[in-house]
Structures are given as C-alpha cells and as structure tokens.
Design a binder for this molecule. Structure first.
Ligand code: V0V
Ligand code: CO
Length: 153
C-alpha cells in the first residue's frame, strides 16, 4: 500500500460509504434476491457503456453525509472491468464507493500524495453522480471509487 500522507486530513476526504459494488452474472436475478432477502428497493438502473456495465443501485439508508446503496454490476462483455473480475475471481465485492464533497479536488490531492489514479478526470456515474476510481494496487488491493453525488456532499 502507498505510504499514508504525512499529515492527517481535517476534515476527512471521505464523508460516507456511498455504495458497495458487487460483481454479478445476472443483474435481474440479483436484484430479485436483494429485494426478497433484504427488502431493499431499486433507486436507479442504468447501462453505462463507458464503464462496461449494466447496473442497479439499491437504496439502503440515509446518513448525515448522504445516502448509502448496494450497487449490482453485470458486465456488458468479457473484456470489461467487471467481466475480467468475474472470470478471475467470480461473483463478490468488486469495489467500495466513498462519498466526497468535490471529486476533482479529491483527485488532485490524492495524485499529489502519489496515489495511483485510474481516472485522471471525473466521469459519469450512477444516479447522476460524478465518479473517479483509484487503482487497487495503491489502496491495499481494494478498487476504490470516489463519488460526488448530485447536488449533495
Ligand atoms: C482488478 N484487480 C482488482 C480488481 N480488478 N483488485 C481488486 N479489486 C478489483 N475490482 C487487480 C487484479 O487482480 C490484478 O492484480 C490487477 O488488478 C490487474 O487486473 P486486470 O484484470 O488485468 O485488470 P486491468 O488492469 O485491465 O484493470 C484493473 C482496473 C480496472 C482496476 C484498472 O478494473 C478499472 O479500470 N476499473 C475501474 C472501472 C470499473 O471498475 N468500472 C465498473 C464499475 P494482480 O493479479 O496483478 O495482482 S462502474 C461503477 O461503479 C459506476 C458506474 C458507479 O458506481 O456509478
Ligand atoms: Co460503483
């Protein structure tokens, strides 16, 4: 893992867990499972060609810094991030998405700290959010997503 920055950030860069991203083979049956087993409801569904996924956000709870979700991710093909992950590791936790106040500013700070970025610029994410990924090799093996929700922190 990259050495931690010298000074602790105040306030923290990450404001909440926005979502846990799960790689699944079949989006529809996975949604049905999460609805039936846990009583969750779908807040939004989208096909994101740039990210190579069909995805759904299932609402879990509100917190002081915003809402939290489970994100179910079905790959659009084998040569996509989630397709490759499913082939090598099978279904399971694919990434963690954390809330940030300003994703562009967060990327700039993390780049300056030497953390490897997947995205140099924010991209379009689920529910209208602005998102960017940090490389798992720089974050202890965890694919990490920064999420600036629409009109919120
Ligand atoms: C790959 N690796 C992972 C990983 N995916 N490690 C932890 N978690 C993951 N999810 C490791 C893998 O085990 C290898 O380690 C190494 O990275 C290279 O793997 P690879 O299969 O060759 O993959 P790459 O290098 O082609 O791509 C890996 C990255 C890629 C992380 C760069 O997956 C990527 O660009 N991800 C960001 C985009 C994304 O995931 N989109 C889908 C979600 P060893 O074997 O070398 O040690 S879209 C989304 O969440 C949205 C829209 C939203 O929330 O709104
Ligand atoms: Co995500």
């Amino acid at each position: 893992m990259t050495d931690p920055p010298r000074a602790q950030r105040t306030p923290p860069l990450l404001t909440r867990i926005d979502h846990v991203g799960l790689a699944v083979h079949d989006l529809d049956s996975s949604i049905e499972f999460y609805e039936a087993a846990f009583g969750l409801t779908v807040a939004g569904r989208e096909t994101n060609e740039t990210q190579g996924v069909r995805e759904a956000m299932l609402y879990v709870a509100d917190g002081p810094a915003g809402s939290s979700y489970v994100q179910l991710l079905e790959p659009l093909g084998p040569d996509t991030p989630v397709g490759k992950f499913l082939a090598s590791r099978g279904e399971g936790v694919h990434h963690i998405g954390y809330g940030v106040v300003d994703v562009a500013a967060a990327l700039e700070q993390l780049r300056a700290d030497g953390i490897r970025l997947v995205d140099e610029q924010p991209r379009h994410g689920s529910l209208g959010a602005s998102i960017a990924f940090l490389h798992p090799k720089s974050v202890g093996g965890v694919l990490t997503e920064l999420v600036q929700a629409t009109g919120a922190s």
